[in-house]
Write a protein that binds this ligand. Structure first.
Ligand SMILES: CC(C)(COP(=O)(O)OP(=O)(O)OC[C@H]1O[C@@H](n2cnc3c(N)ncnc32)[C@H](O)[C@@H]1OP(=O)(O)O)[C@@H](O)C(=O)NCCC(=O)NCCS
Length: 138
């Protein structure tokens, strides 16, 4: 990690889409992504020189609930501890902003093959199942 730069709340919509496309299909539109970046409570991004190589973000209410979204490390940079660094940065944000002396929920949804990655950072599963709806905004 020594040659890489960590930035807070600087991830742009364009960088988000580029990182998304490095690992997933079906990136969201620029307009949707810009609105999402504006309303995200914390964005962390990591750079190799000028190039964005990793990102993660947190949505939530700061007091009770923090929800982790869009944890991505570009494939050629995976397996070097960068993903763990992203999670550590997110958890530092919780520690810096939560009410001292309280417990807060830090949650996320993960596909089964990524669960061990999160378990290594201290996350555990429970019996809850994720429900979702793809809602068409008219
Ligand atoms: C998941 C992801 C963020 C992990 O990032 P990474 O930089 O490769 O992870 P790290 O190198 O920091 O790994 C930290 C630890 O987790 C382990 N780990 C990482 N991915 C793992 C996996 N899929 N299964 C099991 N262990 C994994 C590493 O071996 C390492 O363990 P160690 O400390 O014992 O050596 C990355 O693979 C990625 O971007 N994947 C595509 C996007 C994605 O699926 N994101 C998650 C959405 S839920």
């Amino acid at each position: 990690m020594t040659n890489y730069t960590i930035k807070h709340n600087e991830l742009t919509a364009e960088e988000f889409i580029s990182l998304w496309e490095s690992v997933w299909d079906g990136a969201p539109s620029l307009a949707q992504t810009k609105l999402a970046m504006q309303n995200t409570i914390f964005r962390v991004s990591i750079y190799d020189g000028e190039k964005a190589i990793a990102m993660a973000r947190m949505i939530g209410d700061m007091g009770l609930c923090y929800y982790i979204k869009d944890v991505v490390v570009r494939p050629e940079y995976q397996g070097k501890g960068i993903g763990r660094t992203l999670i550590n940065e997110l958890l530092k944000f919780v520690n810096d902003n939560g009410i001292k002396g309280t417990s807060v929920f830090v949650e996320l949804a993960a596909v089964p093959d990524k669960m061990p990655f999160y378990e290594k950072s201290g996350f555990t599963t429970n019996e809850a199942r994720r429900l979702k709806m793809i809602y068409e905004v008219k």
